[in-house]
Design a protein around this ligand. Sequence first.
Ligand code: SF4
Length: 90
Amino acid sequence: MMKTWREQAACRDLDPELFFPASDEDTPKGRGDRDAAKAVCAGCPVRAQCLAFGLDEPVGVWGGLSESERRAVRRGVTVDAPPEPLAPAA
Ligand code: SF4
């Protein structure tokens, strides 16, 4: 049976709090937490599906983008995303 995108997520075994930091985005801790989550997203094979699902979510990191970055995407602004993950080994 084919795995769902959530079952293929790079974050599936990580603490969800990493992707929903309690601190404000504009603090050093907030930025650090988000950078750590985004580093995981950078290697995730289902980032596009995650971003499509979470684009309207008000909090957290989805598809490698923070809440403010997703707001910008919804307004049509192009934002830098983590690099594409490497293709899986054959
Ligand atoms: S893109 Fe990031 S938040 Fe989304 S499934 Fe992958 S690792 Fe998790």
